[in-house]
Design a protein around this ligand. Structure first.
Ligand SMILES: [Zn+2]
Length: 294
């Protein structure tokens, strides 16, 4: 009964969220893009495991569950702090001790990625896991997206840009939302005739052509870690300072100058999120891959 009530509450909140989109995390589109890129890069063993972990209603489409973590954040209130890792104002670097470990008992997106990776490592073990591995997959897939959104590693003082009000062309908007949704929306509308599939195709082509010689570096960690979220957070806070906050003060109007110089950063971060989610899932779910990385 309790689980039925939770499911009902999730369904009601999910439909409310469609009316009032969240300003926390890539929007639904950004998360779906990261998961589509990732699922297409899974090894056959990892792909089979993901298919098994997904419920029937997902139709073996990981992207359909990639915003689940946003939909449950008001029910699982403990999960709210797991979507970001903000830094002190103008720090422009990520310090795990300062920005994660000491914050709300080590709750931040960096620790969350490590935690759900560890939970998923139970997949395939002989004894039944004490964790809900389907939810671990949803959380990991979502947080791997969030950590690549620069303003998820923005400043605590303005809540990652949520408290900075600007104009996106003619529309009043907060800076965080512009990085979650508006840049992607404007890009898809202007360059891809509002066709999301064409946008995903274009990013995938860039992965195999423009960024081909960087993929190995994106996928691998210098240590034996399976993912290396402190690196991803460091890149994000660097981008937040260099690109997101720059020329975007309270009351600014952001138009083509801002959009045309920032959308390539958004594309790169979506691509890196997808490539790294795939590499992580391959390492976790494909024991042969795990052997290779040891
Ligand atoms: Zn999120």
């Amino acid at each position: 009964m309790a689980s039925y009530r939770i499911q009902l509450a999730v369904a009601i909140i999910s439909s409310l969220l469609l009316l009032f989109p969240s300003t926390q995390g890539w929007g639904e589109d950004g998360h779906a893009i990261v998961c589509r890129i990732a699922q297409a890069r899974l090894s056959s063993t990892a792909a089979a495991a993901v298919k098994k972990l997904l419920p029937e209603d997902a139709g073996n489409d990981l992207s359909s569950k990639c915003s689940w973590a946003d939909h449950v954040r008001f029910i699982y209130t403990w999960s709210s702090a797991l979507h970001f890792a903000d830094t002190p104002e103008d720090a422009c670097n990520f310090n795990n001790q300062r920005d994660c470990v000491d914050q709300a008992n080590g709750r931040c997106v960096v620790a969350a990625i490590a935690n759900y990776t560890n939970q998923l490592l139970d997949y395939g073990s002989v004894t039944k896991s004490k964790y809900n591995l389907t939810q671990a997959l949803y959380f990991l897939s979502h947080f791997m997206g969030d950590i690549h959104q620069p303003l998820h590693c923005g400043f605590t003082t303005d809540r990652g840009g949520n408290d900075i009000t600007v104009h996106w062309y003619k529309q009043k908007q907060n800076l965080h939302h512009i990085w979650d949704d508006s840049i992607i929306e404007t890009e898809v509308e202007r360059f891809y005739d509002s066709n999301m599939d064409d946008f995903v195709d274009a990013i995938q082509q860039n992965i195999t052509k423009v960024w081909a010689d960087q993929i190995e570096e994106w996928e691998n960690c210098s240590s034996k870690d399976i993912p290396c979220p402190t690196i991803y957070a460091s890149e994000s806070v660097d981008d937040a300072c260099k690109w997101a906050y720059k020329d975007a003060e309270e009351g600014s109007t952001l138009e083509d100058d801002y959009f045309l110089s920032r959308y390539p950063i958004v594309n790169l971060r979506l691509a890196q999120g997808g490539v790294r989610l795939a590499a992580t899932l391959n390492r976790i779910l494909d024991s042969q891959e795990l052997q290779k990385s040891m």
